[in-house]
Design a protein around this ligand. Structure first.
Ligand SMILES: [Zn+2]
Length: 455
């Protein structure tokens, strides 16, 4: 065979996934403008509650008269646009992220420094949270049930909070010689919140000073912490990475990158045959439990509302028919190959940053345990939608078979008898306080979600 023939044959038969920049050169401006809006969104949305608030503000401006939405406890939202056909096209993302929560009785004083006890939330590498600037976000419910919103550490002139690390000179025995997993004690992840005593004589005068500042600012007393949800999150702002500004570094891109793309795709969808739903849920990082997690009944309430809006009665049968006709993208991120740690992946089935949105047929761990495993038919259908819309996509499995693994909400949604596949961009340094995404992947994810809604 001639060299030219061989090249043609290779091009025709071999599967290859492409670097998105090679295709998106034609519309780089659009990609960069989209990324600016995404960074602005991330800067405002540091918690699940703040994400809902932000989406509501945008809904106010962008909603068309066919859209409606449902909120669950300020932590879940479903945005709905009805379609003629039965069933829905659902894009489900999660808006909680790994972080540090404060304990219910948090404030104490040690060596004349006031600190908060903490309890980390989700899968973190503890050492990444020491000595970085942290902000405090959340709500405090007072004895009279008044709810106070807290947001300290984000403005230029705000103070920040820090979990103090130990100096290298003295960390030999207590940290350096230990296994990383054992070296960092969760009970030592305490947050500095004050250092000036209120009075010369008073015992625990620094703690009292902090309480007094909080009383003057918010009218709260120590017992009010017990009915508070205060989240400690990185105080860093989203930034471009690299001389060419191709990557974005920011906190909580897992999974607000998918939440952002799903709402943009929803607003921009020009047509839809099935009802389209952008769903944002909570508690994915801790197993999807609780009344705001994917295992809650909220989605059922959404379906009942949809059926009613279509003039149908919600019976066991009609709900069942609706669910089995529904298709879902479990919109979550994947772990991109880190060039320094390539060996935790199997190269032909790993996902690469810049190589487009990732379709993950199954998640879980070795032996496909705890996995949603999408059917060949459904994977084929999604693949066709993406190819027809010229979306840059890749397949991706999270690491080598027996290396580790991870789950998403896919399996909980699939248990309702819907077709579900995981689909989202791949991040570098996932679950770190400053995760890295690619601008071309961000845009391809948006394109993929829009094509899915419009099909
Ligand atoms: Zn996630």
């Amino acid at each position: 065979m001639s060299k030219k023939k061989m090249e043609e044959l290779s091009k025709k038969l071999k599967y290859e996934n492409k670097n998105g920049w090679k295709a998106s050169h034609a519309y780089t401006d659009k990609v960069f403008r989209f990324a600016e809006r995404y960074k602005e969104f991330l800067g405002k949305c540091k918690t699940e509650r703040e994400t809902i608030e932000q989406v509501l503000t945008e809904l106010d401006k962008k909603k068309n008269n066919k859209d409606f939405f449902l909120i669950n406890r300020g932590k879940n939202i479903a945005i709905v646009r009805l379609g003629k056909e039965n069933g829905m096209k659902l894009i489900a993302s999660h808006i909680d992220a790994p972080r540090i929560d404060i304990k219910q009785n948090p404030l104490f004083e040690e060596t004349e420094i006031a600190l908060f006890h903490t309890h980390y939330y989700g899968g973190i590498k503890k050492y990444q949270w020491f000595n970085i600037p942290l902000a405090l976000h959340g709500v405090i419910v007072k004895e009279n049930l008044e709810k106070i919103t807290v947001n300290i550490g984000e403005n230029e002139d705000d103070p920040v909070f820090i979990i103090p690390d130990l100096l290298p000179h003295l960390s030999h025995n207590v940290i350096d010689e230990k296994k990383v997993k054992e070296a960092f004690d969760a009970e030592k992840m305490n947050l500095i919140v004050g250092s000036i005593p209120i009075d010369k004589e008073e015992k625990e005068a620094v703690k009292l000073h902090v309480l007094n500042i909080l009383y003057e600012k918010y009218g709260i007393k120590e017992e009010d912490f017990i009915s508070a949800e205060l989240e400690i999150v990185p105080a860093m702002k989203p930034k471009d990475v690299g001389f060419d500004r191709g990557f974005i570094a920011a906190y909580a891109q897992d999974d607000r990158i998918c939440a952002f793309c799903s709402k943009e795709a929803f607003f921009d969808a020009a047509k839809n045959s099935k009802t389209i739903v952008a769903l944002m849920i909570d508690k994915e990082e801790i197993g999807s439990d609780g009344n705001t997690g994917a295992k809650s009944r909220f989605l059922m309430d959404v379906i009942i509302k949809i059926l009613k809006a279509k003039g149908k009665e919600a019976t066991l049968e009609s709900v069942g028919e609706f669910l089995s006709s529904s298709e879902v993208l479990s919109a979550d991120v994947n772990g991109a190959v880190n060039p320094m740690y390539k060996d935790v992946h199997e190269k032909d089935n790993a996902s690469y940053i810049n190589h487009g949105v990732v379709m993950t047929k199954f998640t879980g761990h070795g032996g496909k345990y705890m996995a949603n495993d999408a059917s060949a038919e459904f994977v084929g259908k999604i693949r066709k939608i993406f190819n027809d819309a010229d979306v840059n996509w890749q397949t991706g499995e999270l690491g080598k078979v027996d290396e580790g693994g991870g789950g998403t909400i896919a399996k909980y949604l699939a248990s309702w008898n819907m077709d579900v596949i995981d689909c989202g961009p791949a991040l570098l340094s996932m679950h770190s306080p400053y995760e890295i995404s690619s601008k071309t992947d961000l845009f391809e994810t948006y394109k993929a979600y829009k094509a899915f809604f419009e099909e």
